[in-house]
Design a protein around this ligand. Structure first.
Ligand SMILES: NC(=O)c1ccc[n+]([C@@H]2O[C@H](COP(=O)([O-])OP(=O)(O)OC[C@H]3O[C@@H](n4cnc5c(N)ncnc54)[C@H](OP(=O)(O)O)[C@@H]3O)[C@@H](O)[C@H]2O)c1
Length: 258
């Protein structure tokens, strides 16, 4: 890094650090993978749609890794593959997530509830376990889970009970891992996005009434882009955030504060 860059900014430098980003084939994950790569990290780009990962790797470098996180064997193979090809991860950002039912809670199907918890909560837990020995060996590490403001607040008219439960579960996991692993120099935090237009919610944004409702209920202008999320990730995974652990931080333009 350029020695003329002030010390305060140099703390964001990730040169040489290996980062695993799940959900890198679209939306927030692709956006923050770009940001991590621009700060010098060697990024493992993880998702099911391999063609998209290859395209992103052509653009920013890094290692595309096809992995269905709902497939236990593929999940277990992920960190060993990354370690063999890039080195031991010092950064893990668990972005991959989905919603499997839009039914009201009283009739949400059990298989959808289980799938939601498996992808959104159990997979991040297991990947945290998988990177743990590498972070211990390095004497440092940063894990960021991407949850949601769903569950911090309910959304009348948009039922999502299992999704909200899975996302709020990440905050409990975060506090516990942060305390258990702090002595190894490992920090664990959760970022809770508000509304960012992506494949997961594109349909909603097609609805003019939704866009007007969002505008009315968001103190900052409600047109956030992926870069507006990536900055918070960069802070948490770099030395700039080295005294922050165990936190859940909303990146929502103030939606949950009013
Ligand atoms: N956008 C928002 O407003 C918003 C708000 C709150 C929370 N979030 C959370 O932010 C995260 C990213 O969302 P996004 O908006 O960027 O949505 P997105 O564009 O739909 O991205 C979801 C990512 O998860 C990956 N994924 C889904 N199922 C997977 C599986 N079984 N195995 C591996 N990867 C899988 C997808 O890749 P493949 O399909 O290629 O596997 C994709 O890269 C999610 O956890 C979401 O819940 C988003």
């Amino acid at each position: 890094m350029d020695p003329n860059i002030p010390e305060a900014l140099r703390r964001f430098d990730l040169t040489g650090r290996v980062a695993v980003v799940t959900g890198a084939s679209s939306g927030l994950g692709a956006g923050l993978a770009r940001a991590l790569a621009s700060a010098g990290a060697r990024v493992a780009l993880v998702a099911r749609r391999y063609d998209r990962l290859v395209k992103l790797a052509d653009e920013i470098g890094g290692l595309p890794v096809a992995c269905d996180l709902l497939d236990q064997a593929q999940l277990e193979a992920l960190v060993p593959q990354v370690t063999a090809e890039l080195g031991g991860p010092e950064i893990l950002v668990n972005v991959a997530g989905d919603i499997f039912s839009r039914d009201p809670a009283e009739i949400e199907p059990l298989d959808a509830i289980r799938k939601t918890l498996d992808l959104n909560l159990v997979a991040p837990f297991q990947l945290s376990q998988a990177v743990f020995p590498h972070m211990v060996a390095a004497g440092r590490g940063s894990i960021v889970h991407v949850s949601s403001i769903s569950g911090q607040v309910g959304f009348p008219g948009y039922p999502q009970a299992a999704y909200a439960a899975s996302k709020q579960g990440l905050s409990g996991l975060t506090a516990e891992l942060a305390v258990q692993w702090a002595r190894h120099g490992i920090r664990v935090n959760t970022l809770a996005p508000g509304f960012f237009r992506s494949e997961i919610n594109d349909e909603l944004y097609e609805d003019e009434r939704f866009r007007a409702w969002l505008q009315r209920n968001t103190p900052l202008p409600a047109n956030a882009g992926f870069d507006d999320f990536a900055g918070a990730v960069l802070w948490l995974v770099s030395d700039a955030g080295r005294h922050v652990t165990g936190q859940t931080i909303a990146v929502d333009g103030g939606f949950t504060t009013q």
